[in-house]
Design a protein around this ligand. Structure first.
Ligand SMILES: Nc1nc2c(ncn2[C@@H]2O[C@H](COP(=O)(O)OP(=O)(O)OP(=O)(O)O)[C@@H](O)[C@H]2O)c(=O)[nH]1
Ligand SMILES: [Mg+2]
Length: 229
């Protein structure tokens, strides 16, 4: 009985979250903004990736960041160095951002700036390989990072994240030669879960793959521009 009740509660929760995500996306669409949701387990390299992305693209696109962390503004402060608006959201006990939290972030952004001036909102989700993939926030695409230190089996053990991703970054490639990691196995396991996902091996440290990633981001923004014309 308890299990049925719990399942019903979870369905209601996800249903309400989805409705909020759809509303957030409507706002983004109205303002001509592309929203990308960046997710991974803790420490896979999301903030470093966003730092490199802001450094490379902030003069080409008008960018804002919504930074989700359970506590602290440490990542938000790192990203503020790039002179873009960074809205910090502390999720408290929650291991993911949800659409209501991001709606609050959008509200703060729209209060302080003219939202129509922005091209791109990058969301850094809480470090977690499970929950963020289940809670849409109104993004147009999901990006998942899997760093080479995490093990080849992760796509099989945490399939939701890998199934939902539109772009999969195999991060920290510079460390691969120092590890006993089978890169072909990582890719095969990802393809088993999500056969057509875009996979980009990347090292934020050496710059390997960064141009592919930046081109992919730019193509998402440009595609959005064409749709909203
Ligand atoms: N060698 C190497 N280290 C990296 C790379 N990218 C990130 N790191 C390191 O990995 C650690 C975590 O990086 P972050 O960018 O803070 O990771 P994160 O995913 O934002 O972490 P959370 O927000 O806590 O989930 C830091 O010590 C980074 O310097 C990379 O490409 N190569
Ligand atoms: Mg981070």
């Amino acid at each position: 009985m308890h299990q049925i009740f719990d399942a019903a509660l979870e369905i209601n929760l996800l249903h309400a979250n989805q409705a909020g995500a759809d509303r957030n996306r409507e706002h983004f669409d109205e303002w001509g903004i592309t929203c990308l949701n960046v997710m991974s387990s803790p420490g896979a390299g999301k903030t470093v990736l966003l730092e490199k992305t802001l450094a490379a693209l902030k003069d080409r696109f008008k960018i804002a960041v919504i930074e989700g962390d359970m506590t602290t503004e440490l990542d938000a402060e790192r990203l503020r160095q790039y002179d873009v608006p960074v809205i910090a959201i502390n999720t408290g006990r929650s291991c993911h951002l949800d659409s209501k939290m991001v709606a609050g972030g959008i509200h703060r952004l729209a209060h302080e700036y003219n939202p129509s001036e922005f091209d791109l909102v990058l969301v850094e989700n809480v470090g977690n390989l499970v929950c963020p993939a289940e809670f849409e926030v109104g993004e147009h695409a999901k990006i998942a990072l899997l760093s080479v230190t995490e093990g080849e089996d992760k796509p099989l053990k945490y399939p939701i994240m890998f199934r939902e991703a539109d772009c999969l970054l195999i991060a920290k490639m510079d460390l691969a030669p120092h590890l006993e990691v089978d890169l072909n196995r990582i890719e095969a396991n990802i393809r088993q879960i999500n056969p057509h996902v875009t996979i980009i091996p990347l090292s934020a440290k050496t710059g390997e793959g960064l141009d592919f990633w930046l081109d992919w981001v730019a193509s998402q923004v440009t595609a959005k521009g064409i749709i909203s014309v």
